[in-house]
Design a binder for this molecule. Sequence first.
Ligand code: B4P
Length: 182
Amino acid sequence: MHVVLLGPPGSGKGTQAERLAAKLSVPAISTGEMLRAAVAQGSALGARVEGVMASGQLVSDELMAEVVQDRLAKDDCKGGFLLDGYPRTAAQTQTLDDILDDLGERLDHVIYLSVPEEELVRRALLRQRDDDTEEVIQERLRVYRNETEPLVAHYEQAGLLRRVDGDRSMDEVTAAMLEAIR
Ligand code: B4P
């Protein structure tokens, strides 16, 4: 099972990825988590992405391609994976297709979590991550609308998109996601 979780920042991708991956017995791969871990470890990757993340911008497609390619080549991905936060740009969709082609695999589902904008801002402000100031949240939403939202139409045309209302309790969202990919 190869699944992508798509949705605006704060829609609950990270929260739901953990839950869904456990149900599907595949690893949840969060590019946001991987980058935050790299920053926390003070690695070379962390040093390259820290400022970009703190500003609400996206890390470059080239760097993300390296990160994701390395991760998806690991043994635990052989039975499938749940990708949270990747792809986020048109170029990244192409990279993912190329990686899957090389592995002889294809995407099964793209789950789109939709949540109204005022709820996204409310959640992000409650979450209090270092990169969650109101200004940065607004910038992430702007980048999302410009770069990532077009992927919804792309995956809809490909017949892969499953829409799920993310503005409900966490349990209801998890149940709806499982139903959507059944
Ligand atoms: P991410 O870690 O992906 O951050 P996010 O989109 O803000 O969060 P997510 O949607 O996962 O929300 P969460 O579950 O936490 O990315 C961070 C940064 O990394 C990006 O800004 C970018 O710079 C960089 N990056 C990552 N991937 C990249 C890529 N592919 N290309 C380039 N750059 C990349 O949920 C939010 C909050 O809501 C939580 O506090 C949760 O408790 C709450 N919540 C969740 N579900 C809820 C519900 N049903 N009801 C009420 N509250 C809920």
